[in-house]
Design a binder for this molecule. Structure first.
Ligand SMILES: CN1c2c(nc(N)[nH]c2=O)NC[C@@H]1CNc1ccc(C(=O)N[C@@H](CCC(=O)N[C@@H](CCC(=O)N[C@@H](CCC(=O)O)C(=O)O)C(=O)O)C(=O)O)cc1
Ligand SMILES: N[C@@H](CCS)C(=O)O
Ligand SMILES: [Zn+2]
Length: 766
């Protein structure tokens, strides 16, 4: 009998109830008990929605982030936040302080910097990085998890708590001093032992312990740590289901099969080929959990094909087979049923979290009772699979031909950088240390409310355009007043830098409620790339032209690049990612050329997700970088020498891919560096980056306002590595999540910093 379970359910709620409750709490509009009640109601609803499962997950809910929850469970709370307890502050307040920081301005107390945030493996989810020092001590703090387990148990179901394993937990964190985080394992393991004992006391039989690092290339010391950890946990009174996901085990397969755990979860979407080897290498008593429903995309599973493959495995494994989605469903939207406007054909091809669990239940019935018990469901599924395969809407021969015709010339600028730079210097006549911003200005409640009204047809397109023009004018006037050199229109009209383009490209569908948590309360609605991509008409030209008409300063045309659009969309599983990327590149190239024709002289093509799209295994990087960089070049390089191409990336750990970044051959690249105190620029000590670069001097992720002196110091550090003539001054990233009252003083200081540096340069010259 195959058993079903789930690795985790989306926590935001089908209507983003959690987001709205969190933000209300932070604004002081609801109190803590109201927030806690909202969390409880959501969990209860989500367990009801998962009631067909044999095991319900618990511990997958979070008020901000599951890694931060783990830090609190293990008593690893940064001292700057825990020491700032005031009499009336609670653990939840401390938790949010670590997650979000605290500005002196808001609290009247000293400011506390937020925990660092970084992406969760190769997803668009971001976690709060655990912090470690030589003095880090751990202590068990299990009340919250235990109470969620009790809540889940009240649903009359077996409950399987979900925790992050000790080795992945250490791997995810950052040493804040010279310590070696693996040295902390001996302090950590007793806390895990105590935790597992408490879970057993709570009536738990199985615990899912996640070690996704097992799909990455691990040094021997990390492999040893895994071995040591699970040897030390083998006597625990609960059974451990060791979960891996997001990829193949490859050379970690022999290691995992030796670990003394009661079961292994394998991502049988990405590592399907390893199933037999894993089964063969495990002891005869081991549970094998196969992740057969893709937890990273929104396509219906081909249930008949899955059963063709699974049935013999089920016969072999009998009661030892568990089935589940490949990973937590955190990465997919909640419920397709909420969608009212999706094209019916396309909707019939899709499955969100709720539907994925229905698929799982169908598979279970078919395996345990025979396919004849779910004939109708299997037939309907087959119809949907066939409809998608045969749909003329998926295939556009002219797009496929255009991709087949791509040749090296398409990725080449007319002249090399020094030649272009000379032409552009003459044309733009910018001062030393030119100042600019990354594109977006605050997405105010007013802007979002106007868009909502427009979407509900409560205001006309003319009214909406006029409201957005007012916002653009406001942003341009502010930038003029600030004295910035190269302006942006502010992106007011964009809901999101990827969804906005998805909405306008043929071959994309977009949902109403397909939200996925990106970090904290922030969500994204990845557009759905279902067919060959083409651009019916210009997407940004009118807005940019309008903005340019308001100023004599250069106005950057602002686009999202093909690699980022791809990496932040739900993509096709019926062709290689590279093919979809080249199609996007051709569409963006047309937009770039239209902007140039419309007189836009500087065009920024953001590739925020190029670095983060790197495969989890370094051995696969080169292949990815080859098509990703080529796609960027195709999109960017169809312009004349006098048109200045900028690109922007917010994750700047470039050390290992710097030559690929240089190969992009953008005239100017703006990057995130301020949070690392320019340390990320160390790479330029030994790599002579050839083009212009704007290392961010203003950390936009905090409300704290950088001073002029801080920014001068940062740029001086940058100038030690990169000639001043090639340096730009800008924030780390876009300003959409900030408020105008923060942005204005910060940019005033930034412009003043540039002026100070110019004066210093003049003095040196004279
Ligand atoms: C740079 N980042 C991005 C990533 N991925 C993307 N796809 N886009 C990115 O920008 N990944 C890495 C980082 C992650 N960072 C962020 C930063 C900010 C957000 C964010 O602010 N998300 C918004 C949702 C944005 C959006 O699409 N808004 C829509 C809908 C607005 C809305 O909620 N309307 C309400 C009514 C509001 C009102 O009346 O005031 C409604 O519909 O009910 C829009 O602007 O039209 C968020 O709020 O979470 C995400 C990732
Ligand atoms: N142009 C975008 C880039 C974000 S990575 C913005 O400014 O928001
Ligand atoms: Zn950015």
């Amino acid at each position: 009998m195959a058993i079903t379970h789930n690795l985790g359910f989306p926590r935001i709620g089908s209507q983003r109830e959690l987001k709205f409750a969190q933000e209300k709490y932070w604004r002081g509009e609801i109190n803590q008990s109201e927030l806690i009640t909202q969390g409880k109601q959501l969990r209860s609803k989500h367990w009801q929605q998962q009631s067909s499962l044999d095991f319900l997950p618990a511990g997958d809910f979070s008020f901000y982030d599951q890694v931060l929850d783990m830090s609190f469970l293990l008593g690893n709370i940064p001292s700057r936040a825990s020491n700032s307890h005031t009499n009336d502050s609670t653990e939840l307040d401390t938790y949010f302080r670590v997650a979000r920081g605290r500005s002196a301005h808001d609290s009247g107390c000293s400011c506390i910097s937020a925990g660092e945030m970084t992406k969760w493996f190769d997803t668009n989810y971001h976690y709060i990085v655990p912090e470690f020092t030589n003095d880090t001590a751990f202590s068990l703090n299990p009340e919250k998890l235990l109470s969620q387990i009790a809540e889940a148990q009240s649903h009359n179901a077996k409950v399987k708590p979900v925790i992050i394993g000790p080795v992945t937990y250490l791997w995810l964190g950052k040493e804040k001093d010279a310590s070696n985080k693996l040295a902390l394992l001996d302090r950590l393991l007793p806390v895990y032992q105590a935790l597992l004992a408490q879970l057993a006391n709570a009536g738990v039989e199985w615990v899912q312990i996640d070690e996704p690092i097992l799909v990455t290339e691990l040094d021997q010391e990390w492999k040893n740590a895994l071995q040591r950890s699970y040897l030390s946990l083998q006597k625990s009174p609960v059974k451990l289901l060791l979960a891996t996901y997001f990829g193949q085990l490859q050379d970690n397969l022999p290691l995992i099969s030796q670990l003394p755990v009661a079961g292994i979860h394998l991502d049988a979407i990405n590592a399907k080929d390893e199933t037999t080897a894993l089964i063969d290498s495990l002891p005869a008593s081991s549970i094998v959990s196969l992740g057969v429903i893709n937890g990273r995309n929104i396509w219906k599973t081909d249930l008949n094909a899955t059963l063709d493959w699974l049935e013999p495995i089920a016969s072999q494994l009998q009661d030892r087979l568990w089935i589940a989605p490949s990973c937590s469903l955190l990465h997919v939207p909640v419920d397709l049923g909420s969608e009212e406007h999706l094209d019916p054909d396309i909707k019939s091809w899709l499955a969100f979290a709720h539907q994925k669990l229905e698929e799982l239940s169908t598979l279970q019935t078919a395996l345990n009772q025979g396919r004849q018990h779910v004939t109708a469901a299997l037939e309907a599924n087959q119809q949907a699979i066939n409809s998608r395969r045969q749909s003329p809407r998926v295939n556009n021969p002219s797009v496929q031909q255009a991709v087949a015709n791509i040749d090296a010339k398409l990725g080449q600028r007319q002249s090399d950088y020094p030649h272009r730079a000379a032409i552009q210097r003459n044309k733009f006549n910018l001062p030393l240390y030119p100042t600019t911003t990354i594109g977006s200005f605050p997405q105010t409640a007013g802007i979002r409310a106007a868009r909502l009204q427009f979407k509900k047809a409560e205001i006309s397109e003319v009214d909406y355009t006029s409201l957005m023009h007012q916002e653009i004018k406001y942003a341009v006037d502010e930038q003029e007043a600030l004295g910035l050199d190269v302006l942006v229109h502010g992106e007011a009209e964009r809901n999101d830098m990827v969804e906005y383009f998805g909405e306008q490209l043929q071959g994309y569908a977009f949902s109403q409620y397909g939200w996925v948590q990106s970090y904290g309360s922030r969500c994204v609605k990845p557009p759905i790339l279902f067919g060959d991509i083409s651009r019916p008409k210009a997407m940004t030209v009118n807005w940019t032209q309008y903005a340019q008409s308001l100023t004599t300063k250069p106005m950057k045309g602002m686009l999202t690049g093909p690699v980022t659009i791809l990496n932040w969309s739900f993509v096709r599983d019926d062709q290689p990612r590279s093919d979809s990327c080249y199609q996007l590149a051709l569409a963006i190239r047309e937009e770039v050329q239209d902007l140039e024709k419309a007189g836009v002289t500087i065009i920024q093509i953001d590739e925020a997700a190029l670095r983060e799209g790197l495969p989890l295994r370094q051995s696969q990087w080169q292949d990815y970088l080859t098509w990703a960089i080529e796609s960027f070049r195709i999109s960017a390089n169809g312009v004349g020498d006098a048109t200045q191409i900028h690109t922007h990336m917010c994750y700047s750990e470039f050390n290992d891919i710097i030559s690929a970044i240089a190969d992009m051959d953008a005239d100017v690249i703006t990057i995130e560096t301020s949070r690392s105190d320019m340390e990320l620029l160390d790479v330029f000590d030994h790599f002579n980056y050839p083009n212009d670069i704007g290392p961010g001097v203003y950390d936009i992720h905090t409300p704290n306002i950088p001073t002029q002196a801080q920014m001068v110091e940062l740029i001086e550090k940058a100038a030690e590595r990169i000639p001043a003539e090639r340096l730009w001054i800008n924030p780390d990233c876009g300003l959409k999540t900030r408020q105008w009252k923060e942005v204005i003083p910060a940019l005033q200081n930034m412009v003043a910093a540039a002026k100070t540096l110019r004066q210093r340069a003049l003095k040196v010259a004279s």
